[in-house]
Design a protein around this ligand. Structure first.
Ligand code: SF4
Ligand code: SF4
Length: 134
């Protein structure tokens, strides 16, 4: 039949016309990320961290710079923990290596900046400020 394709196409158009839209008017509206989203920043829970260094050792791209000291009670404590997002592969290996689940991903996906240095996060300072995980 001549015009069959046209009728079929128009019927799909009509059906979609009354559907709810799948898009939002970004940046006024934002879609919440899924709980397993990896693309934000690495978030450190300092209270949980035992300064074992496994995350930094497991990282394939040397993204995590950390330093620790041993206190009088013989326990190790972090003195520095910097995450360089510009080098991160978002592979999740650091989270899997952590024995105490002290790492997680933030839900923030607007991390663009003009200078590479802006992609580095002092996770200890962020934890002190109470920056939200999601
Ligand atoms: S996600 Fe992968 S590349 Fe990024 S810090 Fe963790 S281990 Fe390193
Ligand atoms: S692996 Fe976990 S506990 Fe060990 S230093 Fe990294 S964040 Fe801290």
């Amino acid at each position: 039949m001549i015009g069959r394709g046209l009728v079929k196409g128009m019927s799909i158009t009509l059906r979609r016309f009354f559907d709810r839209p799948n898009t939002v008017e970004y940046p006024e509206k934002k879609i919440p990320m899924t709980p397993r989203f990896r693309g934000g920043s690495l978030v450190l829970d300092r209270g949980r961290c035992i300064a074992c260094g496994l995350c930094a050792m497991a990282c394939p791209n040397a993204v995590i710079d950390m330093a620790a000291e041993t206190g009088e009670d013989k326990k190790k404590r972090l003195t520095a923990y910097t995450y360089h997002a510009g080098l991160c592969l978002f592979c999740n290996v650091c989270l899997e290596a952590c024995p105490v689940q002290a790492l997680s991903w933030s839900q923030d996906y607007e991390a663009a900046c003009y200078r590479r240095e802006g992609l580095s996060t002092d996770c200890l300072a962020a934890d002190q400020r109470g920056d939200k995980v999601g």
